[in-house]
Design a protein around this ligand. Structure first.
Ligand SMILES: [Zn+2]
Length: 77
């Protein structure tokens, strides 16, 4: 995808890890997001036998639970 900026620059969104692209969530969703993150980490810590298992559980939970939360894409020229 190409986005034309008012200054005439063209921003391209054709790959991952773009430095001028970000994500926003509404203030009203912020604390819900943080509570979900806290619960996710706490659940990952429960019953984990080592730090690798915790890291794996947290990473899996973030992909499954947190990324689908409402957010908006933003770009900065
Ligand atoms: Zn611009």
């Amino acid at each position: 995808m190409k986005i034309g900026c008012l200054c005439g620059n063209t921003l391209r969104d054709q790959t991952d890890c773009i430095p001028y692209k970000g994500y926003l969530w509404a203030d009203q969703d912020h604390y819900g997001f943080m509570e979900t993150l806290q619960d996710t980490v706490q659940q990952a810590l429960n019953g984990a036998s080592n730090s690798d298992e915790v890291a794996s559980r947290v990473t899996d939970a973030i992909w499954k639970k947190l990324l689908p939360l409402p957010r908006r894409t933003t770009y900065q020229c």
